[in-house]
Design a protein around this ligand. Structure first.
Ligand code: DHB
Length: 387
C-alpha cells in the first residue's frame, strides 16, 4: 500500500491526499535538520531548542500530543531533503514540516508542502524569497536583508566611508551583499571590493589577503552559522585588524555557539542581528536556563531561537485550531501570531508569513571571562525589505 502510494507520487507528481482524521491521533512534526555534515551545529542547536520548548510548555496543545519525527538531511543535498519531506508526509503522516538548515534545502521541500497542504515552518534558512516558494511556508528565523540593513546604516553613521564585502556564494550571501551595498552607498559609503567565497570547503585566506591589499576601512561579512570560527582565525592571522580594517557583519559570523572559542580576535566586532544569548529579558533568561539543561550547559544561538519559536508557532496554531489537524486550518491559525520571544517581540505577518522582529546592534565584549554579543542599539520591528 505504502509503496504504491509513493510510487504513484513519484510517477505522476499527484497531490498528496490528506489522510482522514483519527481520534486520539498525535500531531506529528517532521523535523528535517542537518544533524551531520558541515552544518551539523545548526541541527544540534535547533533540535535542542525544540526539546527545550516541549520541556517548558509541555507536549499537549489543543488536545493533541506533539510528536517529533527527526530526520537528518546532512545539510548539503537538496534532493535528500525533498525525499525526506515526501516520506514524512506520506509514510509518517506528519501534520507539520519544520527545520530547514540552509536555503537550498528549504527551496527543495517547498513544493512538497504545497502539494500536501502541510504547514512548513522554516526555522533557520534566511533568504528573502523563501516564503514565496509555497503558500504553506511560515518563517521563524530571519532574513538576510532584514539583518543587514541596520549594520549598513550603523557603519555609515559611525564614520565608515569604505567597506569591502565578503559573503558566501549562495542565495543568502547574495541577499546580504545586495542589501549592504544598497543601504551603505545610499548613505554615502563606498564599496570598493565585493568577494564571494564557496559554500563548500571554503579557504578564506586568499580572499582576506585581497581585502588587506585593498585596504578598505571595514569589511562586511556574511558566512553561514558555524563558519565564523575559521573566518575569524584567518582574519586574525592575516593581520587585517593591524592593517586598520574593522570587521562588521550580520551576527552569523560571531555566532553565540562558537564565539567563546574565538578569543581576543573577536573583541570589538560590531554586528546586527535578531538574537543574542546576552539579550536582557526574563524570557531569554528562562530560555537560556532551560536550554542549558537540555543541551549540557551549552549556550543557545540564533538558530536555537528560530527552533524554539517555530515550536511555539506550531503549538499555538494547534491550540487555536482546537486540535483540528487539517493543514489549511492549521496554516490559518498560525498566520498573524505575535508574542514575546526570548529575542524580543515578534510577529508572523499574516500576509507574507514572514517574521517581523527587532534587530539589535551588538558589540563583542568580555564579561565574567566569557565573550558575549552585547546589544547596545535597536531597530524596532523590522520587516524583510523585499516584502
Ligand atoms: C542560512 C544558513 C545559515 O547558517 C545562516 O547563518 C544564515 C542563512 C541559509 O542557508 O539560508
Amino acid at each position: 500500500m505504502m509503496v504504491t502510494r509513493r510510487a504513484l507520487l513519484a510517477a505522476s507528481g499527484a497531490a498528496l491526499a490528506a489522510p482522514a482524521l483519527a481520534q486520539g491521533e498525535a500531531a506529528k512534526v517532521g523535523l528535517i535538520l542537518p544533524m551531520s555534515g558541515p552544518f551539523a551545529s545548526t541541527g544540534r542547536q535547533i533540535e535542542a531548542a525544540v526539546r527545550t520548548f516541549l520541556r517548558m510548555s509541555g507536549e499537549s496543545h489543543g488536545g493533541k500530543k506533539l510528536e517529533i519525527v527527526l530526520r537528518d538531511d546532512t545539510g548539503v543535498a537538496p534532493d535528500v531533503t525533498r525525499r525526506l519531506a515526501q516520506e514524512l508526509v506520506v509514510r509518517e503522516r506528519v501534520r507539520f514540516l519544520a527545520g530547514f538548515g540552509l536555503t537550498p534545502l528549504a527551496f527543495a521541500a517547498a513544493p512538497v508542502a504545497t502539494e500536501a497542504k502541510v504547514p512548513m515552518v522554516v526555522m533557520a534558512a534566511a533568504t528573502s524569497v523563501i516564503v514565496q516558494r509555497s503558500p504553506f511556508i511560515l518563517r521563524t528565523s530571519f532574513t538576510l536583508p532584514q539583518a543587514t540593513m541596520p549594520i549598513a546604516e550603523w557603519a555609515a553613521k559611525n564614520g565608515v566611508k569604505s567597506a569591502a564585502t565578503l559573503v558566501t556564494d549562495y542565495a543568502p550571501g547574495l541577499d546580504a551583499e545586495r542589501a549592504f551595498k544598497e543601504r551603505f552607498t545610499a548613505q554615502g559609503g563606498q564599496v570598493p571590493l565585493e568577494l564571494r567565497t564557496p559554500l563548500r570547503n571554503p579557504d578564506y585566506a586568499p580572499f582576506l589577503q585581497r581585502v588587506r591589499d585593498a585596504r578598505p576601512e571595514a569589511l562586511f561579512i556574511f558566512v553561514p552559522s558555524g563558519e565564523g570560527a575559521a573566518l575569524m582565525k584567518q582574519f586574525a592571522e592575516r593581520g587585517l585588524r593591524e592593517a586598520g580594517i574593522r570587521l562588521i557583519g550580520t551576527g552569523d559570523v560571531v555566532d553565540d555557539d562558537i564565539l567563546n572559542d574565538m578569543g581576543d580576535a573577536a573583541l570589538g566586532v560590531v554586528t546586527s542581528h535578531h538574537y543574542s544569548a546576552a539579550h536582557d529579558s526574563a524570557e531569554n533568561r528562562a530560555f537560556r536556563e532551560a536550554y542549558g539543561q537540555v543541551a549540557s550547559n551549552a549556550r543557545p544561538n540564533f538558530m536555537a531561537v528560530g527552533g524554539f519559536d517555530g515550536m511555539r508557532l506550531i503549538a499555538e496554531g494547534l491550540k487555536k485550531a482546537e486540535g483540528n489537524l487539517d493543514g489549511e486550518r492549521l496554516l490559518a491559525a498560525m498566520k498573524g501570531q505575535s508574542w514575546m520571544s526570548p529575542r524580543g517581540q515578534i510577529t508572523i505577518d499574516a500576509n507574507t508569513r514572514d517574521i517581523v522582529q527587532d534587530i539589535h546592534i551588538r558589540r563583542v565584549e568580555r564579561r565574567d571571562g566569557q565573550l558575549w554579543n552585547v546589544e547596545f542599539d535597536r531597530v524596532p520591528q523590522v520587516r524583510d525589505p523585499g516584502t
